[in-house]
Design a protein. Structure first.
Length: 439
């Protein structure tokens, strides 16, 4: 399902140039200058110094509270030249600091709102009204715009950006549902707001998969962590004094890893379906079982990722989309057979890809058909293939966990331990070794 965020929109369509850059808008020109008003002569022949703000065609003026002799003003080129006069030097420094403060106010307002005016900048500088608080919508816009730039640089994934966009929608739904508003100041977020949001996710929000009220514990925790990321972004950039989500410390529940046994994998491998659609889905699934590649990584692969080593063996060399960790895979015979099956397929030739393009959602839908046809009582999803590699293909063939971790593109071995489960047959091998040593 594609979500739209009214204050921020990204283009998720894939292209050869990856994510499209943000639409360029004309940058407003902001300028601060100073002048003297000679019609308000003071008794000591000094004229008052005024400041002038210019933002494109907008102009506003204000009194600086400083004054100077007009002869000295002209001789020092409006105090831009050095002067040995102590009072003039102090006035010059005051004007320079005033300009720096106004520039800073302008830049800050440009970050938080699409348009600002010189009167607002002037009033903020003079302290005539308190500047507006940072709102949830503004913070999300700042975070997601920054994140999209990192996606464009291929430092982060488009899928993760879309996750943040979804969470933004749900967060604003909560604000509207519980507070009757479309937006809320960050300063109004307290512990009640935080745990109220958790309750909203768990018990009140419509689950788009089950169409029931509330979502699972782990999904709730992941959404809460995403909102926490928004807040942390604001703290790191000095926009927030503290993170209001520091009070939330809930952890993920450990989930039993689902994988195929050797026998179950063989059933799917050897099954020929009447539908070409299911045969293609089966091939993509088997490809992932023997390479460990996640769905997003499979869809990115091209023949440019395939290369031969000094022994003539073929490898797939790439980096994991999620972790940006190098993940090189030796092409096994079953994988090679699948690749050459689709080498001249119109679907791969059109995209320049190794394999046909099928969305993760459709793959999971079709894999449930395959499980039913093969008589497998298992919740078969594309990600089960990755778990199957870690357990049945990796540990099942006595490959060291460190090597499996590297192949899967994990940053540390703890991630691999989450996927890899010791099977009974492996335990039997270990106990057989003990028995032999005792004889």
């Amino acid at each position: 399902m594609r979500y739209s965020f009214p204050y921020y929109k990204s283009d998720s369509r894939e292209s050869k140039s990856s994510v499209l850059p943000l639409k360029q808008t004309k940058m407003a020109k902001f300028k601060v200058t100073f002048f003297i008003k000679n019609k308000y002569s003071k008794a000591n022949s000094e004229f008052p110094i005024y400041g002038k703000l210019q933002l494109d065609s907008q102009i506003a003026t204000f009194a600086t509270g400083k004054s100077i002799n007009p002869v000295r003003w002209n001789k020092t080129n409006k105090l831009t030249k050095a002067s040995r006069n102590k009072d003039e030097a102090l006035t010059k420094e005051y004007l320079l600091q005033t300009k720096r403060d106004l520039d800073s106010i302008f830049l800050e307002k440009r970050k938080l709102q699409s348009a600002c005016n010189v009167t607002d900048i002037k009033n903020s500088f003079l302290g005539k009204h308190k500047s507006k608080e940072l709102t949830v919508v503004q913070l999300i816009k700042l975070h997601n715009t920054h994140f999209q730039a990192r996606v464009h640089k291929k430092e982060r994934s488009q899928a993760t950006l879309e996750k943040y966009e979804r969470v933004a929608i749900f967060l604003l739904q909560y604000v509207n549902s519980e507070y009757g508003k479309k937006d809320i100041d960050i300063s109004n977020i307290d512990n009640a707001f935080v745990f109220g949001l958790e309750d909203y996710f768990k018990f009140k929000m419509v689950n788009h998969n089950t169409h029931k009220m509330g979502i699972a514990h782990n999904t709730t925790v992941k959404y809460m962590r995403a909102v926490n990321t928004f807040m942390l972004f604001g703290v790191q950039r000095g926009l927030l004094p503290k993170n209001p989500f520091n009070c939330y410390q809930e952890k993920l529940n450990e989930v039993e890893t689902v994988f195929l046994t050797k026998a179950q994998l063989k059933v799917i491998e050897e099954k020929e379906f009447l539908s070409n659609r299911l045969n293609t889905v089966r091939d993509l699934f088997i490809f992932s079982c023997y390479t460990s590649y996640a769905p997003v990584d499979v869809m990115k692969l091209t023949w440019d990722n395939v290369s031969a080593d000094n022994d003539g063996d073929l490898w797939i060399k790439t980096r994991r989309q999620k972790t940006n960790v190098e993940s090189n895979i030796l092409i096994l015979p079953v994988v090679k057979q699948i690749l050459y099956k689709y080498k001249d397929d119109p679907r791969t030739l059109k995209r320049g890809s190794l394999l046909p393009n099928i969305s993760n959602q459709k793959m999971n839908e079709y894999l449930k058909e395959i499980a039913a046809i093969c008589g497998l009582n298992i919740n078969l999803t594309w990600y089960v293939a990755r778990h199957t590699f870690a357990t049945t293909i990796g540990l099942g063939n006595a490959i060291p966990l460190e090597h499996i971790s590297k192949v899967m593109g994990h940053k540390n071995i703890k991630q691999t331990q989450h996927y890899a489960k010791l099977q009974d047959q492996m335990l039997k091998v270990s106990f057989d070794r003990i028995n032999k040593s005792l004889k």
